[in-house]
Design a binder for this molecule. Structure first.
Ligand SMILES: Cc1cc2nc3c(=O)[nH]c(=O)nc-3n(C[C@H](O)[C@H](O)[C@H](O)COP(=O)(O)OP(=O)(O)OC[C@H]3O[C@@H](n4cnc5c(N)ncnc54)[C@H](O)[C@@H]3O)c2cc1C
Length: 350
C-alpha cells in the first residue's frame, strides 16, 4: 500500500514528487517513455521563471534553444492588423525541461515510466486501487491518496470529477526545417481557423506552426492555418514532425477542480491553465507546491486547505477569462490593437 500515487510526471507531477516529505511511500506513474515529448510551445513565462527562482532552480544552456525572444508579432487576420508586443519568455526545449524536472525527484520515490494508468477504483477501506499497464503487462497497485497530475483528458478527472465540465480542444503542431535565419514568433487570430489562437515559434533550426482547435474539424482548421501562413509569403521547409494533444480551455468560471476525499488534482488536470494564452507550466508548478505544503503537514482536511490555498490561482484564471473578449472578440481586439497600447514600433534601417 502506497501513501500517495501520482499519475503524470509533467511539471505538476514532477514538482509534487520532488517536494513531498520523505516519510511518505510514493509511486509516480507516467505513460511517457524516454523519447516522448509533450506537444508544447516550450516558452517559460515570467510566472514560471519566478517559481523556478523560488525553488532556486537554474536551467542549463542545454535546456534552452535558439533564439531567445523579445517580441511577438500579433497577426489579426479578421481585421488585417499586425502589431508587435514585448514578451519576456524563455525559449526552451520542453522534452529536456520535463526530463530535468524528473531528474530532481529524490531516489526514494518509485518512478514508473512507460506505464499507463488504465483505471482507478475506490475500495471499501477508503483506499484506491490503480490498474496499471507497463509494456502490455497489467498490474494492480493500492494507494491511500491519488494525485491527478495527468494533464488534459485526465483519467483521474474523468473518473471522479466529470461534473466539473471543461472545454477540451485539440492542439496540433508541425515542425519544419528552417535555415532562413529569420526567427518568426507570432500569435495568429482568425475566427475562420479557431476561436482560440494559433502561433509560429522558431526553435533552433525549426519553425513550429501550431494552434488550438475545437475538436470538430481540427485537421481541416490546421490545414487552413498553414494555407494562411503560406499566403503571407512564409515558405515552409521540410516537414520533420507532427504532434498533437488535448488542451483544456478553461472558459467557464467553475471549471477548476481541486478534488476531495483522497483524490486531488494539480496542474492542467485541475483546469489550471490560462484560457487566454494557454500558458500552463507556472500554474502546474504552483499548484503542486501548494498541495505538497499541505500534504507534508498531515493528511487532515487536505480538501479544504488545498482549495483555499489555490484561491490565488483561481482568481488569476478568472482575470484571464475576463480578458478573453479583448483577445477573441473581433471588434474589441481591433480597438485594442488600433489603440497601440503596449505595442512596439520596430526600428527600420533605411
Ligand atoms: C500546443 C501547446 C502549447 C503550449 N505551450 C505552452 C508554453 O509555451 N508555455 C507554457 O507555460 N504552457 C504551454 N502549454 C500548456 C502546458 O503545456 C501545460 O499547461 C502543462 O504541460 C501542464 O503540465 P501538467 O504537468 O499539469 O500536465 P502535462 O504536462 O500534460 O503532463 C501530464 C503527464 O501525465 C501523463 N499521463 C497522462 N495520462 C496518463 C495516464 N493515464 N497514465 C499515466 N500517465 C499519464 C502524460 O504522459 C504527461 O507526462 C501548451 C499547451 C499546448 C497543448
Amino acid at each position: 500500500m502506497y501513501d500517495i500515487a501520482i499519475i503524470g510526471l509533467g511539471p505538476a507531477g514532477a514538482t509534487l514528487a520532488r517536494l513531498l516529505d520523505k516519510k511518505y511511500k510514493v509511486i509516480a506513474i507516467d505513460r511517457k517513455n524516454s523519447n516522448d515529448s509533450k506537444c508544447c510551445g516550450g516558452l517559460l513565462s515570467p510566472d514560471a521563471q519566478k517559481i523556478l527562482a523560488q525553488f532556486d532552480i537554474c536551467l542549463s544552456k542545454e535546456i534552452l534553444v535558439n533564439p531567445q525572444i523579445f517580441s511577438v508579432k500579433t497577426i489579426d487576420l479578421d481585421n488585417h492588423i499586425e502589431k508587435f508586443y514585448q514578451r519576456f519568455y524563455v525559449n526552451m526545449n520542453r522534452a529536456k525541461f520535463d526530463k530535468f524536472l524528473i531528474s530532481l525527484i529524490p531516489d526514494k520515490i518509485e518512478i514508473c515510466n512507460d506505464t499507463i494508468c488504465m483505471g482507478i477504483k475506490k475500495e471499501d477501506d477508503a483506499s484506491y486501487c490503480l490498474e496499471l499497464k507497463t509494456k502490455g503487462v497489467k498490474r494492480i497497485e493500492k494507494a491511500k491518496i491519488i494525485i491527478g497530475a495527468d494533464g488534459a483528458n485526465s483519467i483521474v478527472r474523468n473518473t471522479f470529477y466529470k461534473k466539473y465540465k471543461i472545454y477540451r480542444y485539440i492542439s496540433i503542431q508541425e515542425w519544419y526545417e528552417d535555415d532562413t535565419n529569420s526567427p518568426f514568433y507570432s500569435c495568429i487570430f482568425s475566427k475562420e481557423i479557431t476561436d482560440s489562437y494559433s502561433w509560429t515559434i522558431s526553435k533552433d533550426n525549426y519553425l513550429i506552426i501550431g494552434g488550438a482547435f475545437p475538436e470538430k474539424d481540427s485537421n481541416m482548421r490546421f490545414e487552413a492555418l498553414k494555407e494562411k501562413i503560406k499566403e503571407s509569403g512564409i515558405s515552409l521547409g521540410k516537414l520533420v514532425k507532427r504532434e498533437g494533444c488535448f488542451v483544456y480551455l478553461n472558459k467557464r468560471f467553475m471549471s477548476t477542480c481541486t478534488g476531495k476525499d483522497g483524490v486531488y488534482l494539480i496542474g492542467e488536470a485541475a483546469g489550471m491553465i490560462s484560457p487566454s494564452s494557454l500558458e500552463g507550466i507556472s500554474y502546474s508548478m504552483e499548484s503542486a507546491k501548494k498541495l505538497a505544503e499541505i500534504i507534508n503537514g498531515n493528511f487532515k482536511n487536505i480538501e479544504y486547505k488545498y482549495y483555499m490555498s489555490t484561491l490565488g490561482i483561481r482568481i488569476k484564471i478568472i482575470f484571464k477569462i475576463l480578458k478573453m473578449p479583448f483577445l477573441y472578440n473581433k471588434i474589441l481586439r481591433k480597438l485594442i490593437m488600433k489603440s497601440g497600447i503596449k505595442t512596439i514600433k520596430k526600428y527600420e534601417i533605411k
